[in-house]
Design a protein around this ligand. Structure first.
Ligand code: PGA
Ligand code: MG
Length: 228
């Protein structure tokens, strides 16, 4: 098995990688749709719409419920209740995937620096990380609105590299979505795709990450046992 001996830092995606957040995203989506007098959608539908931030999720949900495109104004109005509902639901029915704490603990102890690079708005990311006891693992947390562009743009990963004064071959991106893999490729960073998360209903291997894992614990097989 190839080991990436140059890796010193790892950028983790959040939704579908560390936390199964769809139950709460679906609850907030449906509470918003109900306020707008629209029919509920299923968790499976929400799962296929997650990936480009909360605004894109709401746009997809309302457009599905209305059966037509959503205007900028309609979306802006819908985001007001959605943000309130998501703040309320946030972690209530979400859960950690297997081996998350164990893997992050082992990586930290081995000396890797960890960044969290999500498309979720920053104001939800930090409380969610806190609620699941993850915040202390990360030296840098970037939300989808922290910079001018979100994944699949390479900007967030370029920001991590610049902040830590690292070369692309020293960083590894781990995520469940094509947005993570495309962002990594564009930043010339290697990536591992996870099969258990959300990827618009597509298998992550179709996005051609450098490796594919079914469980987060498997990523250590690709890394040196200690970061020197
Ligand atoms: O908020 C989203 O749509 C996806 O978030 P993620 O980048 O952590 O998967
Ligand atoms: Mg994700």
């Amino acid at each position: 098995m190839t080991k990436w001996n140059s890796i010193k830092a790892i950028a983790f995606d959040l939704d579908g990688t560390l936390i199964d957040s769809v139950p709460d995203l679906a609850a907030a989506t449906n509470a918003t749709l109900a306020e707008l007098g629209l029919a509920e959608v299923s968790q499976a539908q929400v799962r296929s719409w997650v990936g480009n931030g909360t605004q894109a999720l709401m746009e997809r949900a309302i457009s599905y419920a209305l059966g037509r495109e959503v205007s900028k104004d309609e979306l802006k109005q819908a985001m007001v209740p959605f943000l309130i509902h998501y703040e309320y639901h946030l972690e209530k029915h979400s859960s950690l995937y297997p081996n998350v704490i164990e893997t992050l603990t082992a990586l930290t102890q081995a000396g890797f620096k960890l960044a969290l690079v999500t498309n979720k708005p920053h104001k939800f990311t930090v409380p969610l990380l806190r609620a699941f006891g993850l915040i202390e693992f990360f030296d840098l947390v970037l939300g989808g609105d922290s910079l001018a562009k979100m994944k699949p743009d390479p900007l967030p990963l370029a920001h991590v590299l610049a902040t830590w004064q690292m070369q692309p071959d020293e960083l590894l991106m781990i995520g469940d979505s094509k947005n993570d893999i495309l962002a990594a490729r564009a930043a010339k960073v290697s990536s591992i795709g996870l099969t258990y998360g959300y990827n618009y209903g597509e298998h992550i291997s179709l996005s051609e990450p450098n490796a594919v894992c079914d469980d987060l614990a498997q990523i250590s097989e690709y890394l040196p046992s200690a970061c020197v």
